[in-house]
Design a protein around this ligand. Structure first.
Ligand SMILES: *[C@@H]1O[C@H](CO)[C@@H](O)[C@H](O)[C@H]1NC(C)=O
Ligand SMILES: [Cu+2]
Length: 262
């Protein structure tokens, strides 16, 4: 009799654990996000889809480096912050097998999955020039990144990652610097969510690395670079920020945008 009672109790515990797990997975699917589609000039590319691509054999060839899911990177000291990895879960990102083509000076459109309203913050975009075949290049901790675009909080208090995306069907647009020298580049685009950023750790980084070949006759290259990890630390302006009470300007983290000799 006593044994039966214990078994029922154990069963109840297992069911409860399952319910909690399913709920947790379901809620994390609803939250967060990633770039699901990229338009380079007029050509559309499907992004890396973390909830379906890994289940195909062979996996589809994407121009976006693989990501573990739709979750954030919170430890700014890890390589995870570069192209979205999950070291703690055994997931490291890697070069993608192919790249897209885009002319210098043309527009890049980045289509985000539904972005939660609580995740207010900026959208920031960097590039890094590949010294060799981009499908084999890992920048590691080298300082190779320069900022090409950023959008934070406007004077009306509207945020790029929420209000901005809601106004454009979740598509963020930036321009490849018109005079940028031709070659292969990684575009590192990120959403920085500030809902827990009142102290560090707390800020949530959602990076995405897109491989492109830039064409054109430009000759310009920047002269100063940052690294990921490295560019952001707990003391970088804009990494710790109370989004609920701070009605002033928001300092977007990282260096100034490279104007590309425009
Ligand atoms: C964004 O991508 C999704 C998935 O491919 C697509 O259904 C949606 O129409 C795209 N949005 C825009 C504005 O192109
Ligand atoms: Cu989230």
């Amino acid at each position: 009799m006593r044994g039966v009672t214990l078994d029922i109790f154990a069963m109840f515990k297992n069911v409860l654990a399952l319910v909690i797990t399913v709920f947790h997975v379901a809620s994390s699917v609803n939250a967060h996000g990633y770039v699901q589609e990229i338009t380079l000039g007029s050509t559309k590319y499907t992004g890396y889809l973390p909830y379906s691509d890994p289940y195909y054999n062979p996996p589809p060839s994407r121009i976006v480096r693989k990501v573990p899911g739709n979750g954030p990177v919170e430890d700014l000291s890890l390589i995870d912050v570069q192209c979205n990895g999950w070291t703690a879960g055994g997931f490291t990102t890697a070069p993608a097998p192919v790249f897209g083509t885009v002319a210098a000076g043309s527009q890049v459109k980045l289509n985000w999955t539904a972005w939660p309203d609580s995740h207010k913050g900026p959208l920031v975009t960097y590039m890094a020039r590949a010294p060799s075949d981009i499908t084999k290049w890992n920048p590691g901790t080298s300082a190779v990144w320069f900022k090409v675009a950023q959008a934070g909080k406007d004077s009306a208090g509207k945020w790029a990652a929420t209000d901005g995306l809601y106004a454009t069907n979740s598509v963020y647009t930036f321009t490849i610097p018109p005079k940028l020298k031709a070659g292969q580049y990684i575009i590192r685009h990120e959403s920085i969510a500030l809902h827990s950023a009142y102290s560090y750790p707390g800020v949530q980084i959602y990076p995405s690395c897109i491989q492109v070949e830039v064409t054109g006759s430009g000759t310009a290259l920047p002269t100063s670079f940052v690294s990921f990890p490295g560019a952001y630390t707990a003391s970088t302006p804009g990494i710790v920020y109370d989004v609920y009470t701070n009605t002033g300007n928001y300092p977007i983290p990282g260096p100034a945008v490279w104007t590309g000799g425009n």
